[in-house]
Write a protein that binds this ligand. Sequence first.
Ligand SMILES: [Zn+2]
Length: 277
Amino acid sequence: MPELPEAETMARDLQRRTPGLLIADLLAAYPPIIASDGDLFREILVGQTIVQVGRLGKLVRFDLSSGAAFFAHLKMTGQFALGPWPGSLEGHWPPHARVAFLLKGVGSTTTLFYKDVRKFGRLRAFAADKVQAYVDGLALGPDPLTVDPQIFHKRLSAQRGRLKGVLLDQKIVAGFGNIYADESLFAAGLSPLRSAASLSEKETSLLLTEARRIMNESIKLRGSTVDNYQGLEGGGSYQDKHQAYGKGGKPCPKCGQPFLKVAVLGRSTVYCPVCQN
Ligand SMILES: [Zn+2]
């Protein structure tokens, strides 16, 4: 959490509200969130205008007027919120706000807060000539919303690991986390324990179709609010549509048998032993 649909919702909210605004100042109440050198982070960002906000896998990317960019790796509980400028580290900060960006527009001032309950998220900024090297270094796999089905098949079928673990590996395909992996595998009737290499082209194609349907529906509903996730313009409601995720022991909606809960690579995994093969 947040996964592709939640990062996409945040990026779209930010894209509606922040392009054209100048980053006039910033404060870090919890400096370790800034993974770049703190002085360099400030030097790269302050004085620049936000040009565009988008998503890269599960990351949110801000492009700035100088060609520089900064990236938010949201990890467990990272999110953004708007509010008034706290003025200092002793000023009024919203709960769990770790970094504050003072944004100035024509006749308007607002503050973009990076909030993170668990504090595992990281912000990184790169000068224009370093951005591409950072993106290349992430070595992210293709995006499930746009990847060609044949490429998706090739990437999965090259992996001997269990399907669930392969889907979570951002270098193979970028965007799945625990929620959308469990939901997509249930919808496609595929066991998370199968070797990814054993999937036929028909099976990977069905998995991709179901993953896209689920992620696109979730984006329409502003993602899944599990734990504390909120976009700038409020939380999501896709959690009400979850079929399998988090439902270990409950009856499968297709066959009525109880869902099993197992660990795959240390990640809690829920599946129906009857419907998922
Ligand atoms: Zn079932």
